[in-house]
Ligand binder design. Structure first.
Ligand SMILES: NC(=O)c1ccc[n+]([C@@H]2O[C@H](COP(=O)([O-])OP(=O)(O)OC[C@H]3O[C@@H](n4cnc5c(N)ncnc54)[C@H](O)[C@@H]3O)[C@@H](O)[C@H]2O)c1
Ligand SMILES: N[C@H](CO)Cc1c[nH]c[nH+]1
Ligand SMILES: [Zn+2]
Length: 433
């Protein structure tokens, strides 16, 4: 079961190293496998993808792309109540992400110079939607809705088939509702490679976004440069900071909610209350038996789970900032007190009634978040992830004349005489220094 330790500085930092190495070590092991898949898809296109689908997913559809008619037929199998829930979630996600939209702008300075920035959606984006150990229709919404709001022209989606070679109806329903344009039934590194290079059937995209297992994450990393990517959103993580006001039943449930994703997922509780730590262990042991994915949960908690008793909540905050977790719950008496002090986390959940799964499905913020400590420099998936910007400059002759000497001096200092010349030829009457 989960390790419980008293914080002594060294133990917590050893734990950070363990979590970092969990990503790095598994990365190292899969790089040769993923590289081979990428090369094969680059050379053999659809045929290679088909073979890998048979190998890893069991059964492959004859045609990887799902037609509009097929989509409608499959969606008709969905529970109408589920469709209603998807609609409500989509509305919350849309409301949240619309607030992220940045406007193009231009400004005219006193001297008549015009400058500005144009923001527009990317042309074609590829969305990866996990579907291996569990299918995630919620990830369809989290990827496609911000892309749509950003004005992406074409959204292509790849998701693995179910064991019977068929698409998951709930994923298709979410895709249709969120405005995905084309859907391909393929998963893993082969799907990422197909979108990066293009195949006979899959169009080449400009950017690939979305979470996935270690094969997907490694493929994205290796193909960065051939296409843009969002971030490395790998195995899920939860870190909870709790004081004695927290409820051990809630804490255990929330820890297991992320452990459930993957044997490589991590779940950590930091508390200043030893009694709460012990009660949470008991709750974990009791609740895990009632959960269907208990084998995955136990494995994840055994290897990457911990309860650490800190001297105070300040020490817990320092540790959290060092670890930079994907999800951070603050189950303390005054959670708002800590908002300004939590510098590194993908998404922060405040108070006893903001459990992490609320964010996974429904509240509105994105659930595609940086993992493995990369929340130090990556941000959650957002509308920004789907736009590109270009700036523009328009000077008058008079304005350029005023700045000419400074530009020439800069160019001369860099030894770039052709740069200086481009200014000089416009003002032959100026005697440049
Ligand atoms: N960070 C986030 O925002 C976020 C969100 C949702 C899910 N996740 C994570 O996404 C992951 C989903 O993983 P999953 O496995 O369920 O689905 P997945 O779709 O990512 O992976 C399934 C695919 O992996 C490939 N694969 C499986 N075994 C392989 C092997 N031995 N060699 C090569 N390829 C192989 C297959 O092609 C298969 O289609 C989990 O780790 C979960 O924690 C993260
Ligand atoms: N918690 C995952 C991100 O780590 C997202 C997710 C999808 N479905 C359920 N949860
Ligand atoms: Zn989740």
């Amino acid at each position: 079961m989960i390790t419980t330790v008293i914080a002594d500085g060294k133990k917590e930092y050893d734990f950070i190293e363990l979590l970092k190495s969990r990503a790095q070590n598994s990365d190292k092991n899969v790089i040769p496998i993923v590289s081979e898949i990428i090369e094969n898809v680059k050379t053999n296109g659809d045929k290679a993808v088909y073979d890998y689908t048979v190998k890893f997913d069991g059964k492959a559809p004859e045609k990887a792309e799902i037609s509009a008619d097929e989509i409608d037929a499959v969606i008709s199998e969905c529970d109408p109540k589920y469709i209603e829930t998807v609609r409500k979630a989509a509305k919350n996600i849309e409301d949240f992400h619309k607030r992220q939209v940045q406007q193009s702008w231009l400004t005219t300075k006193n001297n008549g110079v015009i400058m500005g920035q144009r923001i527009r959606g990317l042309k074609r984006v590829g969305i990866y939607v996990p579907g291996g150990t569990a299918a995630y229709p919620s990830s369809v919404l989290m990827n496609a809705i911000p892309a749509k709001i950003a004005g992406v022209e074409e959204i292509v989606m790849c998701t693995p088939p179910m064991k019977n070679g068929k698409p998951n109806p709930n994923i298709l329903a979410a895709a249709k509702l969120a405005g995905v344009d084309r859907i391909f039934l393929m998963g893993g590194a082969q799907a990422v490679a197909a979108m990066a290079y293009g195949t006979e059937s899959v169009p080449k995209v400009d950017k690939i976004v979305g979470p996935g297992n270690i094969f997907v994450a490694t493929a994205k990393k290796l193909l960065y440069g051939t296409v843009d990517i969002d971030m490395i959103a790998g195995p899920s993580e939860i870190l909870i900071i709790a004081d004695k006001s927290a409820n051990p039943k809630f804490l255990a449930a929330d820890l297991m909610s992320q452990a459930e994703h993957d044997k490589l997922a991590s779940a950590i509780l930091l508390t200043d209350c030893e009694e709460l730590a012990n009660q949470t262990v008991k709750e974990l042991e009791r609740q895990v038996q009632t959960l269907s994915r208990n084998e995955i949960i136990n494995s994840s908690l055994d290897n990457f789970g911990a309860i650490i008793v800190c001297s105070d909540i300040k020490q817990a905050v320092l540790f959290a900032n060092e670890l930079a977790p994907e999800h951070l719950e603050v189950c303390c008496e005054n959670p708002m007190e800590y908002v300004g002090k939590l510098d590194n986390a993908g998404s922060v959940f405040l108070g006893n009634y903001s459990p992490e799964p609320l964010g996974d499905y429904f509240a509105g913020p994105n659930h595609v978040l940086p993992t493995s400590g990369t929340a130090r420099f990556f941000s959650p998936l957002s509308v920004d992830s789907f736009v590109k910007k270009s700036s523009f400059i328009c000077y008058t002759e008079e304005a350029l004349r005023n700045d000419a000497q400074d530009v020439v001096r800069f160019a001369d200092t860099e030894g770039l005489t052709a740069h200086a010349n481009s200014i000089k030829v416009r003002f032959e009457d100026i005697d440049f220094e």
